[in-house]
Design a protein around this ligand. Structure first.
Ligand code: XMP
Length: 527
């Protein structure tokens, strides 16, 4: 029997006749490139750098983009691609390392100078290059490289230069092979989107036919085919991923969907109530609410180590699901809101790059242990696409734009030992942070905001009395992709209001700090 994942692929083959592959050479920006391509309504996937030319051909791509990467083309262990891919007639765009590789592979007599360049640079473009059509001949670009191409042979034509980089872009004389030393995918590169658009539309001949609405319709048909008359269970957390997964399934199979909400005592303030209210507004199918606060508190008692907290929470989830699933007849499928970055980071895609970053599992190992077939209808989408899909499926703005909330919930924001009282303190402080950010009209502008309770007490004075109470940290970040993030420059008066309210209204807190760390090197969550 086909699984949804397999049939998703066939759905996309028909949907995405315009497909572009990003070959990943270890770049921190590979996912960003893929997103930028999809923003042009061209379906794009990230694949391993060493995929054979034959395998590449089987994807029928309109174009290939070779990502940047940390290596030097001259190193013995430098990642390489199948040299035949340059001869397939498919347009190739090499970015940074990808450009050096392309030049090197095509005998371009590329010299490399070890002149590190990082940051903004003024770049002059050749006027008649199709890659730079519709843009000024001089703009700012973003550089981030060790090596650079310093001269090319007869094979290549230089198309751009900066003061320190004489060959900032190239085109092969005979083959449709292009290279950029700068990064068009980062927002600091002015007209970077235009460069990618020129490559996709003018050079690869794409028209931009990838539409989320088509994706939703095809996925709904596939879900119906795969599920037949059986039932699907879907865990709801109140987050956007599980809500959109449920909405897609509901449109496909209606009341054959059963949702499960585990109240683990680690949810945000009023979360359970709001999930139930939203659910009954949008879905006319059964919702099983499992009251499991006691179970989670018991399993977490005395545990301070973050990974151990996550492990125990994962196990407790499995037990709750097991118990509920037994009560739901014909429940053969489990739906999960796995996103494309999870698939890529976990190395779970057949032709995708090897795992580099640990996967965040909501309910790790669950389907296999329970004997479910897995349905992951969002596994080809990025977070912003999931949000747009949610809106197309009729979910309300408030739900679609909710800040993400981690599977292990407040447990990873309640540092040190977890107790009902400490969770309650954190929940109240967290609610104030969100209320004030919303009141200041900053909720949509910020990507994630929350409170963290520290296992630290400090001395204070309230009224005339000395206090020795806990400290709360406010964390608020701006990010599109949650893989990198910057701390939000919240206005002083918003910070002041948050601090005053938390200290006045939340018993046991006498100090509020603001986290000014970016990711990397810090992560968004504290544990
Ligand atoms: P970090 O802390 O790694 O978080 O910078 C990046 C994003 O992922 C969320 N996050 C999780 N989500 N299960 C989840 O479902 C997890 O275990 C988990 N850990 C972090 C985090 O809230 C942020 O949005």
């Amino acid at each position: 029997m086909t699984t949804l994942t397999e049939s998703n692929t066939s759905a996309q083959n028909s949907l995405s006749d315009e497909r572009v592959l990003v070959m990943d050479f270890g770049s921190q920006y590979a996912q960003l490139i893929a997103r930028r391509v999809r923003e042009q309504q061209v379906y794009c996937e990230i694949v391993r750098h060493d995929l054979s030319a034959e395998r590449i051909r089987s994807h029928s791509p309109r174009g290939l983009i070779l990502s940047g990467g940390p290596s030097s083309v001259y190193a013995d262990d430098a990642p390489r691609c199948d040299p035949e891919l340059f001869q397939m007639g498919i347009p190739v765009l090499g970015i940074c390392y990808g450009m050096q590789l392309a030049c090197d592979a095509l005998g371009g007599n590329v010299k490399s100078t070890p002149s590190r360049e990082y940051g903004r640079a003024r770049c002059h473009f050749s006027v008649d290059a199709d890659l730079f059509g519709g843009m000024p001949t001089e703009t700012d670009v973003w550089m981030s490289h060790g090596d650079q191409v310093s001269s090319t042979s007869e094979e290549f034509i230089s198309l751009a230069a900066t003061d320190t980089c004489p060959v900032a872009a190239v085109r092969h004389r005979d083959l449709p092979v292009y290279g950029l030393q700068f990064h068009p995918e980062v927002t600091h590169t002015q007209f970077g989107t235009q460069v990618l658009k020129n490559f996709l539309m003018s050079i690869c001949g794409c028209r931009g036919t990838w539409k989320l609405g088509d994706f939703a319709r095809a996925t709904i048909v596939q879900i119906r085919e795969v599920v037949g008359q059986r039932r699907v269970i879907c865990g709801l957390s109140g987050g956007v991923d599980s809500s959109v997964t449920a909405a897609l399934l509901y449109q496909a199979i209606g009341s054959q969907l059963s949702c499960i909400l585990v109240d683990n005592g680690l949810l945000r303030k009023d979360e359970e109530k709001s999930v139930i209210a939203e659910f009954s507004k949008h879905f006319k199918t059964d919702l099983h609410v499992v009251s499991a606060e006691q179970k989670f508190l018991e399993t977490l008692a005395g545990i301070t180590e973050p990974q151990e907290k996550r492990r125990r929470i994962g196990h407790a989830f499995i037990e709750c699901f097991k118990q509920q699933a037994e009560q739901i007849e014909d429940a053969d499928f489990l739906a999960q809101g796995t996103l494309y970055p999870d698939v890529i980071e976990s190395g779970a895609s057949e032709d995708g790059p090897a795992a580099t970053i640990k996967l965040h599992h909501n309910v790790g190992g669950l389907p296999e242990e329970l004997g479910f077939e897995l349905i992951e209808p969002l596994r080809d989408l990025f977070k912003d696409e999931v949000r747009r899909l949610g809106l197309e499926l009729g979910l309300p703005d408030e739900l679609v734009w909710r800040h993400p909330f981690p599977g292990p919930g407040l447990a990873v924001r309640c540092l040190g030992e977890i107790s009902k009282d400490r969770l309650e303190t954190l929940r109240e402080a967290d609610a104030i942070v969100i209320e004030e950010i919303k009141a200041a009209g900053l909720y949509r502008e910020t990507a994630q905001a929350f409170a963290v309770l520290l296992p630290v007490q400090s001395v204070g004075v309230m009224g005339d009395a000395r206090t020795y109470d806990s400290a709360v940290v406010v964390r608020c970040v701006n990010t599109d992709d949650f893989m990198t993030a910057d701390w939000s420059r919240l206005p002083e008066q918003v910070l002041a209001q948050i601090s005053t309210r938390i200290i006045n209204e939340v018993k046991g807190i006498n100090r509020v700090c603001y986290d000014i760390s970016s990711k990397p090197p810090a992560t968004i969550e504290w544990e």
